[in-house]
Design a protein. Structure first.
Length: 339
């Protein structure tokens, strides 16, 4: 029998360890989210003093803010193992049973995008979270029988970008819920300083600040932009990353001085010029942009709303006066309150 041949990538072998090392491994290396960190540190210290497993945690917030990193830090601080999965991957009760029975006492099970767990799997989680047992049904029909499997006392850490989509029974079984918010530029500069040191990138403070203020308040985007600016500087035979070099590199990605990219500008321009400032429904806006409505709602709108360029109303999306001033839109009879 011929052995299977696997194609490996030398590039992936080099990049994956670098990606892992950019993640902080302790609370001291995790800038920002001070109130959330304080709560989690108290929780970990109290559980350690009592020699008990942590209570179940729910971390929610936009993508890229550090939910997975915090779960890893909690496990490292507690000195236990962490097993990671995601909601869509756990399709059958047997999948969940395999994950839970493989845990040791006090270990952490991290489920990313927990709001995408099937309802049937949620039902099995209830007894696992409260009583640390799981009931598995064997066979079907008249011969069906239930087998109760004990599981070690574990900690479930769930991460979600849509807390409202988690069912109320599951949400109520978490002992603590923490929401992560977008980062301030000062905290992002600290993150970029650490990442630049790990990647061996020479950068001035002004260059890092230029990246920090144009990354949507998101560390994941900040690190990705730092890599791009590094590559740009290398090809241009530049030395350290300066403000001017960072500005030129980011403009090549169509990221302007306010942090808006090409799709952000297209979205605002569509509302202002095609729909006279709004209101416009999400479906119409998606057709006008040639983009999925879920992508608009989850990826682009949160930052535009946070920055004051866009409003959601019962009638639809409306561009704000700040957006109108940005594009020099004059007051029109159809929108007397636009400016």
């Amino acid at each position: 029998m011929q052995k299977e041949r696997f194609i490996t990538s030398q590039l992936n072998k080099k990049e994956e360890p670098a990606e892992v090392t950019l993640r902080p491994q302790c609370f001291a290396d995790f800038p920002g989210q001070e109130r959330v960190k304080e709560r989690l540190q108290i929780l970990v210290q109290a559980a350690t003093a009592r020699a008990e497993p942590l209570g179940h945690l729910l971390l929610c917030g936009p993508p890229g803010l550090g939910k997975t990193t915090l779960a890893t830090i909690i496990a490292n601080t507690r000195g236990v193992q962490i097993k990671t999965t995601s909601g869509p991957v756990v399709e059958r009760p047997a999948d969940l049973a395999g994950l839970l029975t493989a845990l040791n006492e006090g270990d952490v099970l991290f489920i990313d995008e927990i709001h995408r767990l099937p309802i049937a799997i949620e039902e099995y989680l209830y007894s696992a979270m409260e009583d640390f047992v799981i009931d598995i049904m064997l066979d079907q029909g008249a011969g069906a029988r239930s087998v109760r499997l004990p599981v070690p006392r574990f900690t479930l850490i769930g991460a979600t970008t849509r807390q409202g989509r988690i069912s109320a029974p599951l949400r109520s079984r978490f002992n603590l819920s923490c929401r992560l918010d977008y980062y301030a530029a000062a905290d992002l500069v600290r993150i970029l300083h650490r990442s630049a040191g790990i990647l061996g990138v020479k950068a001035e403070e002004t260059g890092l600040f230029e990246v920090a203020r144009r990354c949507r308040g998101t560390p994941r985007i900040a690190n990705n932009l730092l890599r791009w600016v590094r590559d740009y500087a290398q090809v241009k035979n530049a030395g350290a990353i300066t403000r001017e070099l960072a500005d030129a590199a980011l403009k090549m990605l169509d990221i302007d001085e306010t942090g808006l990219d090409e799709m952000d500008n297209r979205l605002l321009e569509a509302i202002l010029f095609k729909f006279r400032g709004g209101p416009v429904g999400l479906k119409n806006l998606a057709v006008a942009l040639g983009e999925e409505d879920d992508t608009i709602e989850d990826v682009y709108e949160p930052y535009l709303i946070q920055e004051g360029y866009l409003m959601r109303t019962p009638q639809g999306r409306v561009a704000t006066p700040k957006a109108a001033r940005r594009y020099g839109v004059p007051e029109t009879p159809g929108q007397p309150d636009l400016l």
